[in-house]
Write a protein that binds this ligand. Structure first.
Ligand code: SF4
Ligand code: SF4
Length: 167
């Protein structure tokens, strides 16, 4: 009886295997696909490399409050704050992050920093190619994380307009 039972179990397993063998392939074509993602696809909720956001005027949203660093369980966010001045305005508040580093050797992508931020300055992007044999290159600096100026108001036509908008 046990032989019959085992044979039935194998037949059942092979039926499932053969059925799946003729289903369409779900494997992504990464890294040989087209486009900037090279074939990779993500769910919207995927937590990749962080992005430091700008407001509608192109100013940095980060106001150097240190709440993200305090919330980080891996202690991998390093911030140095500085004051905005009349001549140089980086954020819309009193302070901005002169230095903002995230050490991806230690980040566990828990998202606590994103949740803690009162100004929505830090978000997760979809950057995922973070593997490196050089640990130093995994310490990302502000310039690696800050989004490009691309959401300036419609009336910005020139560098002078941009300077006024950012002032
Ligand atoms: S995702 Fe988590 S571990 Fe990574 S920097 Fe944010 S709080 Fe720290
Ligand atoms: S990213 Fe957000 S929480 Fe972190 S220092 Fe800047 S404003 Fe504060």
């Amino acid at each position: 009886m046990s032989i019959i039972r085992d044979a039935a179990a194998i037949a059942k397993g092979m039926t499932i295997t053969l059925k799946e063998a003729f289903q369409p392939t779900e494997v992504e074509n990464y890294p040989d696909g087209k486009g900037p993602m090279r074939g990779a696809q993500f769910q919207q909720r995927f937590r990749g490399k962080h992005q430091l956001q700008r407001d509608e005027n192109g100013l940095e949203k980060c106001v150097a409050c240190f709440l993200c660093a305090a919330a980080c369980p891996s202690n991998c966010i390093y911030i140095e704050a500085a004051e905005n001045t009349e001549e140089t305005r980086i954020s819309s508040a009193e302070r901005y992050a002169k230095v903002y580093n995230i050490d991806y050797n230690r980040c566990i992508f828990c998202g606590y920093c994103v949740e803690a931020c009162p100004t929505d300055a830090i978000t997760h992007g979809h950057g995922f190619e973070l593997a490196s044999l050089n640990a130093t290159s995994l310490v990302m600096r502000k310039q690696d994380l800050l989004v490009q100026v691309k959401t300036l108001p419609d009336n910005v036509q020139s560098n002078k307009d941009m300077a006024e908008s950012l002032a």
